[in-house]
Ligand binder design. Structure first.
Ligand code: 5GP
Length: 198
């Protein structure tokens, strides 16, 4: 991949608040960010939109695009037959346009991308504690007890791998986390513009 932009990988357990943090980061950062929209075979949650949150694909379509080598990385997450993947073309187009392409992917996906793109900036969003994570997952009210338990198990595994990331932020207060990430990216970008809007 010829690159003018930079790849930024953001991971964190489901319920760590990383989606909200990312949404606000996009509103506040002075760096030209672009979110890579992943493809998945999981059904949309209430409020999720095709092409904005994910490309929701059938199993057949996902596997045929996988066989065609269209994914930079892809994997089955949560062991339930739901696949997630990063579309190669969207990422390289963004990088070639000078965008800082954000990948919001799980730890295994991040490690796979890092093997190919070791210069990627990696950030792990930590929920603070497992108890806090459980509270957030339950407050969402969108998932069964079984799904919550599965996500908690995956979260524990992800937390144990966070040392692979260059940066770790503990997301206790969204505003502070966003400011921290803005500053971090601005620093990498070599600018001194403060991140003041919140
Ligand atoms: P959710 O179902 O809550 O949207 O996402 C579940 C998990 O899948 C999250 O940890 C998220 O980071 C991960 N994920 C989302 N997109 C991708 C992707 O393209 N690749 C990989 N490896 N993981 C992804």
């Amino acid at each position: 991949m010829t690159q003018k932009g930079r790849l930024v990988i953001i991971s964190g357990p489901s319920g760590s608040g990383k989606s909200t943090v990312l949404q606000k980061l996009f509103q506040n950062s002075e760096v030209p960010l672009m979110l890579s929209v992943s493809a998945t075979t999981r059904p949309p949650r209430p409020g999720e939109k095709e092409g904005r949150d994910y490309y929701f694909l059938s199993d057949e379509e996902f596997q045929s695009r996988r066989n065609a080598g269209e994914f930079l990385e892809c994997k089955e997450v949560f062991g339930r037959g739901y696949w997630y993947g990063t579309l190669r073309e969207a990422v390289s187009t963004g990088l070639n346009e000078g965008k800082w392409v954000i990948l919001e992917i799980d730890v295994q996906g991040a490690l796979a991308v890092l093997r190919d793109q070791p210069e990627a900036i990696t950030i792990f969003v930590h929920p603070g504690s497992m108890a806090e994570l459980e509270k957030r997952l339950r407050n969402r009210g969108t998932e069964s007890e079984e799904a919550i338990q599965r996500r908690l198990n995956v979260a524990a595994e992800e937390l144990s791998l966070r040392h692979h990331y260059t940066h770790e932020v503990i997301n206790q207060e969204i505003k502070t986390t966003v400011q921290h990430l803005c500053q971090l990216l601005t620093q990498y970008h070599g600018e001194t513009i403060p991140c003041s809007k919140n």
